[in-house]
Each structure stands twice: as C-alpha cells, then as structure tokens.
Write a protein that binds this ligand. Sequence first.
Ligand code: SAM
Length: 349
Amino acid sequence: METPNVMKQNEHYNMNSTPQLTAIQKSFAYIERAVQEHTADTSSTSQPFFIADYGCSHGANSLVAINAIIQAFQQRYALTNEICVIFNDLYTNDWTTVFQTVIANASTRKFFSLATGTSFYEQILPTGSVQFGYTSTALHWLSKKPCNLSKHCYSLAGQSTDEEMKLWREQAATDYRLFLEQRSKELKKGGIFLSVTLSRNHLNDTGNLPIYHNLYRSAKAVLSDEDELLNFNIQGYYRSIDEQTDPDVLKELNLELICADIHSLQHPIYEEYRSKQITLEEAIDKYTEFVRSWSESSFLSCLRKDRTDEERMDTVNRFWKAFKDELREKGMENFQRNPFRSYIILRKL
Ligand SMILES: C[S@@+](CC[C@H](N)C(=O)[O-])C[C@H]1O[C@@H](n2cnc3c(N)ncnc32)[C@H](O)[C@@H]1O
C-alpha cells in the first residue's frame, strides 16, 4: 500500500538509517537529563512502567533509544516495576520487521513490548499512563499535505509562494499542537516527553537542502506529466525551536519546558567517505539508499494510478539513477550535512 511518509519496506530502513541513528546517539545525554527531571510517581510497583516511542519505523534505531531510556531509569530508581514499551508507527509501517527486530533482541530485552499502528496525531494510550515518551526524526512528517507546491517538492526549499508557505506553516503548527495535546493526555503527572526532531536553526537553515533540490531535479528529469510532478511533495516540515516551544501552547497543554537545544550533527555516510573507508561509488550507493528509504513512498504516491507496475518500476529506477548521477556530478561534499536536530524535554504538570 502506498502512503507517503512511510519508510521503505523489507528492513530497508533498518539497513539504511545511520544518519538517524546518529541523532539518537546524540540524545543519550538528553535521556539522562530527562530521567533526572522525571517526577512522576513510581511507588506502585504493581503497575507497569510505560515507555513509548512514537514513529519507531522498523525498530532497530528505536531499540537503541529504548535501551538507553531503561538503563537511565534503572540507574536512577532501581525500578522493580514491570516495564512495558509501546512501539508506535503508521499502520502501513513494516511491522513484521519491527517484531523480528524486537524478538532478535530478546536476550538483552528487559521489557514487555506492544505495538500500535494509530497515527501519533491521535491519542494512542490511556490517559495518564505514560512515564516517558520519546520520538526521534519523525515529528516533521505532517498529517496531511495542505496544498501542492507549484515549483518544488519541499516547502522550505525557498521556492514556495507566500500562500503555499502560509498553508504549510499553519499545517505544521496545527499538527504540532495536536501532537503535544495527545502526548499531554497520555503522560502521567511529572512524566517526561523527549522530542528529537529535524529543525531549522535561527538563520532558517535546515542543513540539508541539497537533498531536496536533488530529489526535485530527479523528478523533473523522469516525469513528463505535469500533474505527477505537481503531486510530488515531501510531506515534511522542519520547525524552528520557537515554533516548538510557544509558551502559550505549552501552558495551555500543561507542559513545562525543561530544555530546548539545537545541534548540527555529522553525516556518518559522508564521514565514511571523507575518511576513505568507502569509495565515491560506495558513498553514492549508500547515500542514495538512505534517501530512498524515507522518500520513495512520496515519489510512488505521486504517480498516476493508471500506470502499469512495469512503468512504475521503470520510472522509479530512472528516478534513482538521476539522483545518483547528480551526486556524482555535484560531489559528496555538497551532501555532507546531517540536518539540524532539536532536543526538547517537556514535563507534564
Ligand atoms: C525517519 S523514521 C524514524 C524512525 C526512528 N525513530 C529513527 O529515529 O530512526 C520516521 C517514522 O515516523 C513514522 N510516522 C510518520 N508519520 C507518523 C504518524 N502520523 N504517526 C506515527 N508514525 C508516523 C514513519 O512511518 C516513519 O517510520
């Protein structure tokens, strides 16, 4: 089933997501800080201790975060409660891979696991049940496309009209508020939410526009149908720190801001290339699979429904060939940045 925003199936995301893993590794210090700031009641040992990851994808990166969260809690409280981890993603996610990944981790696993395919823009868990909520590199995906973009596939590429920009900004604000409202309902009083998200810095820089320019140029090279090109939009939006920490919204939702930082991270694929661990061709292949993992569903969903499977496959193959050609032509130096990530800790009042 083709829905935009969902990662490429068959373990593809697990195998091609080291840049996203880097963002999770950077969150370890924030996890420790967040656990120190946790003030929810833990005295009832008969109650499960709920930890949730929103937008877990295929599970491998998610488990790294979950293990760090459990370790930090064990160090602080020596918990005797049974721990229950909830893995959340869209229902179209590759859940078979999630289950396989979690089961494969069973020998080191110190928790019970549940999975839910409800959108994180809805309430997913019972009111006042969650001790610690976490999300990484997922919250930039909007619940819907507010309008097609006439000149690019990405709203923040500097090509959107004022009206387009306004609609995308408003959609991002509405979605963000809704997301926090649901998490606020789910959190226990004194519970913590840690959000790691793709963001814009104070100069409005996302850190990775060359990827989006390349995606759009590649689409233009292979799509002769104007409607298909118009429909090809990446349904994501990188919010600024201000957009994520509006004091009025936080107050209304009974959330207290503990910290909000932004970091520029190294890109592990570029670093492997720069330090000569991989050749240029290997870097081009790896980088393309990394981008393919999160953007191919957006490309597929813009193709006309009357295209045959053969045509679709041929178009997708030509699209990724054009993408690789551009990497070769521009050079990997142009694609060396991992986008800015914000690290925001919130506590439920
Ligand atoms: C780039 S992956 C991040 C996976 C993992 N957290 C990591 O850091 O590697 C983003 C995930 O968010 C999920 N996602 C997007 N919109 C969602 C929604 N409304 N509800 C739940 N998950 C969503 C996608 O399906 C995808 O698996």
